[in-house]
Design a protein around this ligand. Structure first.
Ligand SMILES: *[C@@H]1O[C@H](CO)[C@@H](O)[C@H](O)[C@H]1NC(C)=O
Ligand SMILES: *[C@@H]1O[C@H](CO)[C@@H](O)[C@H](O)[C@H]1NC(C)=O
Ligand SMILES: *[C@@H]1O[C@H](CO)[C@@H](O)[C@H](O)[C@H]1NC(C)=O
Ligand SMILES: *[C@@H]1O[C@H](CO)[C@@H](O)[C@H](O)[C@H]1NC(C)=O
Ligand SMILES: *[C@@H]1O[C@H](CO)[C@@H](O)[C@H](O)[C@H]1NC(C)=O
Ligand SMILES: *[C@@H]1O[C@H](CO)[C@@H](O)[C@H](O)[C@H]1NC(C)=O
Ligand SMILES: *[C@@H]1O[C@H](CO)[C@@H](O)[C@H](O)[C@H]1NC(C)=O
Length: 343
């Protein structure tokens, strides 16, 4: 499946967009509904003291987490409804178990939203309100692959939130183990999504890192333009897309990419982020620009130590650019992220 193409087609999806509130009133839950969410989620919000102040980096991290979890609540609510109602393409084996698990996920993601926005509110910072969304999938298999992929993108960015909380110090230190527990929770989910696809359940020893800009871009593709009350408060901007036209296998190869824009082999470098390794830079070649879309080829050096599971690609300005960190790659990105799943 061509991921970015799927993602880019989101805005043209025919079905009505997903809109809040949920049937239980979420994002505004009364006490009865809240108790039901905890029951179905299998646990509660943390009940220890929350920070009373947040610095700019910690605030942005929590706002991005809130926006992402709101997208996930929407996605899994719609997926659960599709499976529950036997929508064509969503007839699954072992339906009762799938419904039970997705019900837990929908409620767990609601708790994640309330956790992130609750910390923001307690520190008198802007909470993030949900948008309307369109999802570029119409069957269970594609929906599970997409869930695996965007959850892995989030798993790449949550450790960066922990780094920001550690750097800010003070009250924010209390958030580090809480976010750590959310990382593990999302990891449990990915193991299930991979199991459903009959992939090896745990993909790699160290999962792929990321950057806030990449996570923000990934969720932006699903948002109905103009439907967000205040997502701009986060202060991040989505990159224009980088599409993998051909999906690599687990071997060294050459792949075709495209971007909406004009690039040249003499002023661009394709950079991969895979595992916790240094970014890998490769040249692009055979650029062919037609009607504003540029197609080009680039090596995909999987055997150079890439992860099974997610690898992120980004097209940066300048030839032969080398980077020592994913943050530096994100800062130089023109087009991205390409979300490449190998096995
Ligand atoms: C709580 O919210 C639910 C869902 O909107 C609603 O059905 C219920 O009547 C509410 N209960 C109270 C006590 O307001
Ligand atoms: C649910 O099914 C509808 C109809 O096929 C589809 O448009 C939508 O994208 C699906 N949503 C998810 C999350 O699978
Ligand atoms: C909360 O933030 C608002 C807007 O920034 C400000 O006007 C208000 O004084 C703050 N309240 C507290 C208790 O810090
Ligand atoms: C790269 O080269 C293309 C083609 O020559 C040009 O249109 C584009 O503006 C250049 N981009 C940068 C960032 O220099
Ligand atoms: C470019 O646009 C022209 C005019 O719309 C169209 O005739 C042509 O087929 C397009 N070329 C490609 C490669 O899409
Ligand atoms: C794969 O490509 C990398 C980078 O070019 C190279 O170092 C490695 O030897 C290649 N491995 C195989 C098995 O071709
Ligand atoms: C990356 O690290 C190496 C080794 O420390 C250093 O020589 C190089 O200048 C660094 N490159 C960049 C782009 O920061």
């Amino acid at each position: 499946m061509r991921f970015s193409t799927l993602i880019l087609s989101a805005s043209t999806a025919a079905a009505a967009p997903f809109s809040y509130p949920l049937a239980n009133g979420f994002p505004n839950l009364n006490a009865t509904a809240m108790a039901e969410v905890y029951k179905l989620a299998g646990g509660t919000l943390p009940n220890g003291a929350l920070p009373t102040s947040l610095k700019a980096g910690g605030t942005q991290a929590l706002q991005l987490i809130a926006a992402n979890e709101e997208f996930e609540v929407a996605y899994f609510s719609e997926l659960l409804a599709n499976v529950t109602n036997d929508v064509p393409g969503y007839d699954v084996e072992d339906k009762d178990y799938v419904v039970k698990t997705l019900t837990a996920v929908v409620n767990q993601e609601q708790v994640h939203v309330l956790a992130a926005n609750g910390v923001l509110a307690n520190a008198n910072q802007t909470t993030i309100q949900p948008c309307q969304y369109n999802f570029p999938v119409d069957n269970f298999d594609d929906a599970i692959l997409l869930a695996e992929t965007f959850t892995e993108v989030v798993l790449g960015v949550l450790p960066i939130a922990q780094s920001l909380f550690a750097a800010d110090g003070g009250d924010e230190s209390a958030l580090i183990p809480i976010v750590g527990s959310i990382i593990a929770q999302e990891g449990e989910q990915v193991g299930y999504y991979r199991f459903l696809q009959k992939k090896v359940a745990s993909s790699a020893p160290l999962l792929t890192g990321g950057a806030p800009q990449f996570a923000f871009t990934a969720i932006s593709q699903f948002i109905v333009p103009g439907s967000c009350p205040n997502i701009d408060a986060i202060g991040l901007t989505a990159f224009p897309g980088l599409t993998v036209e051909t999906m690599p296998k687990a071997e060294n190869s050459t792949q075709l990419f495209s971007v909406e824009g004009t690039v040249s082999a003499s002023n661009a470098t394709l950079v991969y982020i895979s595992g916790q390794n240094l970014p890998v830079s490769v040249p692009i070649s055979n650029v062919n620009t037609q009607n504003g879309t540029s197609f080009f080829f680039a090596p995909f050096p999987y055997d150079a130590g890439f992860n099974r599971g997610l690898t992120i690609g980004a097209l940066v300005a300048g030839a032969n650019m080398q980077f020592n960190s994913t943050a530096d790659v994100a800062a130089a990105t023109m087009f991205g992220p390409a979300l490449i799943e190998v096995e």
